[in-house]
Design a protein. Structure first.
Length: 197
């Protein structure tokens, strides 16, 4: 499996991204020394795509597949793309506050701790649907790991499209998120322009 091993804060600096969007509350003390070069239109589009891929932890090929799927759906391609990324199981676990970061959420799903509608799912890219119930397995609920996670994520706001019960470590998908509900600092219009060339 391909893994991006670039240090997170370094990558955040290069993309001009606040680490808080990844669930990391550290700040980098270093300033990025960037020459005052004018960035081309292609450069801006590429940066937005890299930002989205980095935030959601998706590699190039699956990301392109999400774009193709979003293009076939009704409505605006950019908004559809963001909805698809937001509906990934690892992202839903992160949004419900059951993981500190999306990487940790991905690991929780990989380790078979997550049930969707009572069935074990260990595919981080699994797309949840409206009405799906996502919960942590009964035997994992008592573990110290989830107590520690809830201490950290207890104050985090759960988006309105998810109904989360953090005490029971479960949540229900009420509706598909619209672009207004997604607080990710990505300009998806530039991604669409990049791929539609």
């Amino acid at each position: 499996m391909a893994v991006n091993r670039v240090p997170v804060l370094k990558r955040c600096r290069s993309l001009g991204l606040d680490p808080i969007y990844l669930g990391i509350d550290k700040k980098s003390n270093r300033e990025l020394k960037r020459a005052n070069r004018k960035v081309s239109e292609y450069g801006l589009q590429l940066r937005e795509k890299q930002k989205a891929k980095f935030i959601y932890g998706v590699l190039e090929k699956p990301f392109r597949n999400y774009y193709k799927k979003a293009d076939r759906m009704q409505g605006q391609t950019g908004a559809n793309l963001m909805t698809l990324l937001e509906c990934r199981l690892d992202n839903v676990v992160f949004r419900m506050g059951l993981a500190r970061t999306r990487k940790e959420a991905r690991q929780i799903v990989d380790h078979k701790h997550v049930l969707v509608n009572g069935k074990q799912v260990n595919i981080p890219s699994y797309l949840v649907k409206v009405g799906d119930v996502v919960e942590i397995k009964e035997k994992c609920k008592g573990s110290q790991r989830y107590k520690d996670i809830l201490e950290v994520t207890g104050g985090r706001l759960v988006p309105e499209w998810i109904e989360a019960d953090q005490e029971a470590l479960k949540g229900t998908i009420k509706e598909y998120p619209t672009r207004e509900m997604i607080d990710v600092p990505v300009n998806e219009v530039l991604i669409v322009e990049l791929y539609s060339k």
